[in-house]
Design a protein around this ligand. Structure first.
Ligand SMILES: [Cu+2]
Length: 199
């Protein structure tokens, strides 16, 4: 297997293992039968305070009443992030006017390089509804932890670096509760219809 594929599998594996652990812990604590709506809501997401590509302060409260897609990545990402942002843009476009009632967040895991200015420039290639979020290292670490996102700096031989990161699009409901990973492996019309059900 190519090292890149192995890394992606490792990241995915670590995320799923963490998720299972969380859900098991919740089951053990509550002693309740597994109920996705309730248990996963406890496991993923939460309050955050970050800065968007316009330099505005943004918190989770700003999205109350809107379903939310949340994706973590970084602007120097060679493939996964641009592909995902392209797919999400296609879905937002299919939503038409309803896209105003949906939140779509691209949270950087590389705040050292991804300043608001850099995010603004990068996101200009994608749907204007996308909000790019950055912040200081502790704020990014906090939101990543809340979403059970794995990320790690990986040095390149040239002295540069890249980032490994969890590449899941999270669907949060109007109340900010985790619903499910949002699949992009389907036609954008279908994904848009799925999103519309949460409006
Ligand atoms: Cu990426």
């Amino acid at each position: 297997m190519a090292p890149r594929t192995t890394r992606i599998l490792l990241v995915l594996g670590a995320f799923l293992a963490g998720l299972m652990l969380c859900l098991t812990a919740i089951l053990l604590i509550t002693g309740k039968t597994f109920s996705p709506g309730i248990s996963q809501a406890v496991a993923i997401g939460g309050p955050f305070r970050l800065i968007d590509q316009e330099g505005r302060a943004v918190t989770d409260q700003d999205f109350k009443g809107k379903p939310l897609l949340v994706f973590f990545g970084f602007t120097h990402c060679p493939d996964v992030c641009p592909t995902t942002l392209f797919d999400v843009s296609e879905i937002l476009r299919r939503l038409g006017k309803d896209a105003d009632q949906v939140g779509a967040l691209f949270v950087t895991v590389d705040p050292a390089r991804d300043t608001p200015e850099k995010l603004k420039e990068y996101l200009s290639s994608f749907d204007p509804h996308l909000r790019g979020l950055t912040g200081d290292e502790p704020a990014i670490a906090a939101i990543a932890k809340a979403y059970r996102v794995y990320y790690k700096k990986v040095p390149n031989p040239g002295g540069d670096y890249t980032m490994d990161h969890t590449a899941i699009v999270y669907l949060m409901d109007k109340e900010g509760r985790f619903v499910a990973p949002f699949s992009l492996k389907r036609p954008p019309e279908q994904a848009a219809a799925d999103l519309r059900r949460h409006l």
